[in-house]
Design a protein around this ligand. Structure first.
Ligand code: ARG
Ligand code: ZN
Length: 873
């Protein structure tokens, strides 16, 4: 059954207050609920409930007999005359049997693990009967009762409101949340957990106890998360004037979690992968992810919790906005251009393919059959790009004013994307409604730019055109407002002051023009010679730029553009052309030459920052390069990409690479400051380039680096280089790592993933062998993602074997995972996205497998939905 945005109706009953009482047990937990309901429309009360064993049901103190209510298809319906009433239910649930990790479930083993909940999007209905929709906001009082030894720690969202010991020896704790919230933000945690704490005072003077909780063996890896949390709180106070609003803030780490983390009010719950960090088990990238995800969940307290979503179609209202806030925070904490590079690279790798295939959907979808399948790169990452465009349009001050208005106007409400645009617009006396079209239209717009220089008139005319290809179920496309930030450079790499036709005087060297129709020309005056345009600076809109630069022009930008992001971008575009040369067997191609020469120049230019250089030395990945040919053969893509990298390595030269590596090597520590991280990143790139031309020597360097590595970043990089060079020769090191980190789940995930990503014909056999490792298990989402997910989604040559063996293998595993955890199965299944653009042999093989899977009747709604859409191609 399909849910449609157009069918939205406000709730027929609101819930003013809900009191929940939990009698907690691993095998069986009883939940008593008291709901204070208030009529809003002339309809029966309808409460969602799934997988609940109903023990008793009463209205206004009277027990209902069978026949006085209807319980069918996950809905409990009670017809009643009153305007208000109190509904009492008592249900039993079975946490240890809950392998889907939605609702109340057990993390870890039966004898040592702990209980926790995950409710977004629709998990609360697996805990108790309730109108489980985000526009029902209620005040919560939660009482937990449990055996003291088994569950010494009892947590729920809100402020603590008493605790004690019961006559039967169990203990209890109560929590009251003064802020009305939707059910998806409810959470409880109970078990044996340790904590680290910090006393924080908000800018508006509230004393807040911050607690991070984790199991004893990992509690010493929570310090970086605490540090990140404090910086996030300070940043939101400074940047948005937003203060925290309860007396306590809990954060909990679990190894058993379907997603990254969850912003439950006052009780954030994290996949341990995004909370724990220490130099011996975490890479630099992982430190940055912890910082970003801690910030993301904290920022939700305003963008998501205080102002929530009216319905799940508005998901990007909180997610796109919060990703934008998180990205801005990370940019402030680290290097802004590098952060932008990382974000755009992610968008291209994860969101562009989504937009281009059968799973495409607008940032605000208009229908869904399983909402969990819409926690996508489109809703999150593209959604953030849309907020970024709005912020760019309003300017820093205007955006802040708009956000103040949005938070004030909608505090305590469940809002829509229109509400957001209206509040931002109202605060600035401007109409942002044209941007609404971005939210409703799927597909990545193609922006083409064509420049014409008129020497006689000293004019440069830039013609911009847009076109969005048809996407699944949405063929008619409209023109969108596309802000294009641009500069013009002369041939020596100097930026020109810009004067548009009709303007009196030249102004800044950078400005933003908006293309709001299919085509428009912009004329620049006083231009002496044919300029090189630097377009879409900072990636000012989420589009694909088509501009027929000659390689020399991109080389000018790559060398001279003062903006780090655009410099990288010019390098990416030039690398794309260089790739085309290699793919077409044109080893003497002018783009390939321009790219290798420009990068060699930058490599030898001591003025270039190490981290930026590392990024510049990385061409678009195999997944992004798919777009550059009509039919996709992953083996050929890899061969061409490797060939261009080898050319680059040869051009820079073995001597220069070896010397640079040695220099970086001698400064190696595990310190986390930015320059140290940058050195590690560059060192890795340099060694990988060196390996392409001097594999024997590179192997010895990698081996030594592995043995002497002061931290995980260097250790894992060396192991990867070693294994990529020769998996056989790396066996001893691989075995060493396995043993060194036995019992460290997050390090083992990286060990599985590293091997799952090794390219080539042996990949499937390697993955199958890894399934036999003692530490492999289908019931842990991180483990499934690290082996199955990495292989299927990020190892194109391994997964897309021409004989289709990997497709058949994955289909088989998907069925097994699905029977345990539908959300995880559905996510891994997106690996089949884009099968239709494969070359014919692979396409045939993939199609057969997808069609066969899609025809099964015994799969979850989550997996069925993905397969049905993917099968359409
Ligand atoms: N709101 C969470 C976050 O973005 C993600 C929760 C996703 N849950 C799900 N079942 N899809 O931080
Ligand atoms: Zn989020």
């Amino acid at each position: 059954s399909v849910i449609r945005l157009a069918d939205y109706r406000p709730p027929a009953w609101s819930v003013e207050h809900v009191a929940l009482e939990f009698d907690l047990g691993i095998d069986r937990t009883e939940v008593a609920a008291t709901l204070e309901l208030v009529r809003q429309a002339d309809e029966p009360i309808r409460l969602n409930g799934e997988g609940l064993e109903l023990l008793s049901l009463g209205v206004d103190g009277r027990t209902l007999a069978e026949g006085e209510y209807i319980l069918a298809d996950g809905v409990l319906e009670i017809a009643i005359d009153a305007e208000r009433c109190t509904v009492n239910t008592r249900v039993a649930v079975h946490p240890a049997e809950n392998t889907a990790f939605e609702g109340l479930y057990l993390s870890g083993s039966r004898d040592r693990g702990f209980l926790l909940t995950q409710c977004e999007a629709e998990g609360f209905r697996h805990i108790t009967f309730f109108p489980d929709r985000p526009d029902v906001l209620s005040r919560y009082t939660v009482t937990l009762r449990a055996d003291h030894d088994r569950f010494p720690v009892l947590l729920a969202g809100g402020n603590p409101d008493g605790e004690g010991v019961l006559a039967d020896g169990r203990h209890w704790a109560r929590f009251v949340d003064p802020h009305p919230k939707p059910s998806y933000l409810f959470a409880v945690v109970a078990g044996r957990l340790e904590r680290i704490s910090h006393d924080y005072t908000t800018a508006d003077g509230r004393a807040v106890a911050l607690h991070i909780w984790a199991e004893a063996d990992v509690i010493d890896r929570c310090d970086y998360a605490m540090d990140s949390l404090i910086r996030s709180m300070q940043w939101d106070e400074r940047t948005y004037g937003r203060n925290y609003d309860l007396d306590v803030f809990h954060v909990v780490a679990t190894h058993d979690f379907n997603m990254g983390a969850m912003e439950n009010k006052g009780l954030n719950i994290f996949n341990a992968k995004y909370l724990l960090a220490d130099p011996d088990s975490s890479t630099d990238d992982e430190y940055r992810h912890v910082e970003a995800v801690v910030a993301h969940e904290y920022f939700h307290n305003w963008s998501g919790n205080r102002v929530t979503c009216r319905d799940w179609f508005q998901l990007s209202l909180k997610e796109g906005l919060t990703v934008f806030r998180e990205q801005s925070f990370s940019a402030d904490m680290n290097s802004a251009p590098l952060k932008r590079i990382e974000d755009v690279a992610l968008l291209r790798r994860a969101q562009f393919p989504e937009d281009a295939g059968p799973l495409s959907h607008p940032v605000r979808p208009s229908q869904y059959s399983e909402i969990n399948n819409f926690y996508t790169a489109t809703v999150y990452e593209k959604g953030s790009e849309l907020v970024r465009m709005l912020a760019g349009h309003l300017g820093q001050e205007g955006f802040r004013k708009g956000m103040d208005r949005y938070f004030e106007r909608h505090d305590g409400q469940a809002a829509t994307i229109e509400d957001f645009l209206t509040a931002l617009g109202d605060a600035n006396g401007t109409d942002l409604s044209p941007y609404l079209a971005w939210y409703g239209q799927a597909g990545t717009p193609r922006l083409s730019a064509e420049g014409r220089f008129d020497a006689a008139q000293r004019r440069y005319r830039l013609t911009l055109r847009q076109r969005t290809p048809a996407t699944a179920g949405q063929t008619a496309k409209q023109a969108l407002p596309i802000p294009v930030r641009l500069s013009l450079f002369d041939q020596s790499g100097k930026a020109l002051p810009l004067r548009l036709e009709g303007e009196a005087a030249a102004g800044a060297t950078e400005r933003t023009v908006v293309l709001d129709s299919a085509e428009r020309g912009f004329v620049f005056e006083d231009v002496d010679a044919s300029p090189v345009p630097s377009l879409l600076r900072g990636f000012s809109a989420p589009v694909i730029l088509e501009c027929d630069y000659v390689p020399g022009e991109l080389a000018i930008l790559l060398r001279h553009d003062p903006d780090g992001f655009n410099r990288w971008e010019a390098g990416q575009q030039l690398a794309g052309l260089a790739y085309d040369d290699c793919r077409d067997g044109n080893v003497e191609g002018s783009a390939l030459r321009a790219w290798t020469e420009a990068l060699t120049h930058l490599f030898n230019d001591k003025g270039v920052d190490d981290a930026l250089l590392a990024e510049l030395l990385t061409p678009p990945g195999e997944i992004e390069l798919v777009e550059r040919q009509a039919e996709r053969d992953p083996d050929r893509i890899r061969i061409a990409r490797q060939a261009m990298l080898r050319k680059l390595a040869q051009r820079i030269g073995a001597e220069a690479l070896r010397a640079r590596y040695a220099g970086l090597r001698s400064e190696t520590t595990a310190a986390l400051d930015a320059p140290s991280q940058a050195r590690r990143q560059l060192k890795r790139r340099v060694l990988d380039l060196y390996a392409l031309i001097q594999p024997g020597e590179a192997r010895e360097l990698a081996r030594a680096q592995y043995e002497q590595a002061p931290g995980m970043t260097d250790r894992l990089a060396a192991l990867t280089t070693l294994a990529t060079l020769d998996a056989h020769a790396a066996e001893a090191a691989i075995a060493h790592f396995r043993q060194r980190y036995d019992g460290n789940a997050l390090a083992l995930d990286k060990w599985f993933a590293m091997q799952a990503l090794l390219p080539g014909a042996d990949a499937l056999a390697r993955v199958q062998a890894l399934e036999d490792d003692q530490a492999f298990m289908l019931k842990n989402p991180n483990r499934v993602q690290s082996l199955l997910g990495s292989f299927a989604r990020a190892n194109p040559t391994g997964f897309h074997r021409a004989d289709g063996a990997a497709y058949r293998w994955l289909a088989d595993r998907l069925v097994a995972v699905d029977s345990l955890n539908p959300q995880v199965a559905a996510r891994v299944a997106t690996a089949f996205n884009g099968w239709k653009r494969l070359e014919p042999v692979r396409r045939e093989a993939a199609h057969a497998v997808v069609a066969e899977l899609a025809s099964r009747k015994d799969l979850s709604r989550d997996l069925t939905d993905i397969l049905a859409r993917v099968a359409l191609g």
